[in-house]
Design a protein. Sequence first.
Length: 171
Amino acid sequence: MNDTALLIAVAYSVVVVLGSLAAVAVWRSTRRPEETDTEKLAERERTWLFVLVALLLGLLLATIFAVPYGTGAGDARAAVNVKAAQFAWELDRETVPLGEPVEFRISAVDVNHGFGVYDPDHTFVFQVQAMPGRVQRVTHTFERAGTYEILCLEFCGALHHRMIGRFVVRG
């Protein structure tokens, strides 16, 4: 499990535990037959709203910067034109440089495809949606040499599972 997955798992676990504790507290408070104080209920609702918003904002801030998106188009020295078609990836170059920004220009000729890149250990690196009639651009700097795999992450037909491409990162 990589650091990002661990961080997200811990953050969501904390939220589930806190949510469970809150649910038990609410359940216990409704078991006592007392007269209803609507002003107190309104105050508690506002408090719970602020607590929930704070928890969700904390969860967002704890995980958003660790999501493995590629950077936007920048000063890429190398460019790779990628065409997706049922059921293959066509790259105009098979090798990309190590430690330099590489811009992928991805398009599809038939249906939507998900251009998912995985490192030599099969860890997810980034993903871009490939759509007919559009060129999606993503720039990424590879910090590790090796053979990277491209998997289609959008169901595109009967042989979707065989839509695998590869490129090599060399220093």
